[in-house]
Design a protein around this ligand. Sequence first.
Ligand code: PLP
Length: 450
Amino acid sequence: MAADPRGKAETLALRRRLLSDSCRLFYPEDPIKIVRGQGQYLYDEQGAEYLDCINNVAHVGHCHPLVVQAAHGQNQVLNTNSRYLHDNIVDYAQRLSETLPQKLCVFYFLNSGSEANDLALRLARQYTGHWDVVVLDHAYHGHLSSLIDISPYKFRDLDGQKEWVHVAPLPDTYRGLYREDHPNPAGAYAGEVKRVVNSVQEKGRKIAAFFVESLPSVAGQVIPPAGYFPEVAEHIHRAGGLFVADEIQVGFGRVGKHFWAFQLQGEDFVPDIVTMGKSIGNGHPVACVATTQAVARAFEATGVEYFNTFGGSPVSCAVGLAVLHVLEKEQLQAHAASVGSVLMELLRQQKAKHPIIGDVRGIGLFIGVDLIKDEATREPATEEANYMVSRLKENYILLSTDGPWRNVLKFKPPMCFSVDNARHVVAKMDTILTDMEEKVRSCETLRLQP
Ligand SMILES: Cc1ncc(COP(=O)(O)O)c(C=O)c1O
């Protein structure tokens, strides 16, 4: 067991005194004190082991020894900024370029997903000479002022929508405008973006970029219909704007079938800018923007230096290289595909058994389970989802909710998550759901037979 010189209650009291309440805790009614992590497991101060189903930042596993060693080894030799020549930064850019379509061949290194998206916005504005942005409803792209402005998930609770921000409907075929019974949901949702673009232009405004998470996560683990991005890109390009794919949560092999989630949209589809974060550094603050020569040249033409004190440091690049090395060595992309398909199948069996499960959607180790109160209306079962999360915690399983109604259970575990882990969590969910069906009144309104 790891040493815990200070008791949990004292840590909580100090935190309440010294940190802002805006910095929230998981399970606020009974937070967990985590002192150690390994693989897909986290350990509290008593030594209890929790199965982590949500931490997509610890991409190749908490404290992966090769990533830790890479950081430690480089820290012992040199850590400085990117104004000196160093092999790590060029090796890393080279390795990343091997994962991407050829066109995306210029790299900027930064420290967080928010920094990456903020730079993407600057690049798009500089290249196009336009200012406005189109985003999807319920999206989140980061915590900087510029990104809160393009994150409906946040700005709806603040001072609202800026005149330069335009919101298109979420391409959600379970709850959205066009559903699974629509003959061409990709075309229909792309048509909605076209409608937004037209109305922006009618006001005499000009679009710099369309920002989209390749798989909208905070919006409820949504899988956009294939073919949607290429059609949207056509509308955006015709308006002179750029297509920005935010891969901060979903990149680096998570979807199994491909290395990048935008590749699910068609083998030939290439965004103008890709932003990366979170999993890229397995917990170390690393982020990256990849773009085309043309976009980079336009940014250079200002003559203004892009300098980021820590971005692309020898240590950050050593960590990034180690993450790519582990992904390849342990074949984690293929692993995500096979474990993800077992987990999907087990969850689908649960859907057939428990009417509270309205939808199971996902790909690789990115999966959402949409809980409903009523099959016909698909009314979100928010309290039931919260109940499930707290019951799972009692069973030492960490899972959380997402989506506008926080009724979608989200799976995005470290990529070393195993088939046994999948069986274990689904068996616990089955027990809890069976119990809930007896106890929770709202379940009485659900159809009783699948
Ligand atoms: C899709 C997406 N983009 C951007 C960000 C911002 O990343 P960071 O918190 O590293 O600044 C997040 C963070 O949750 C995210 O989920």
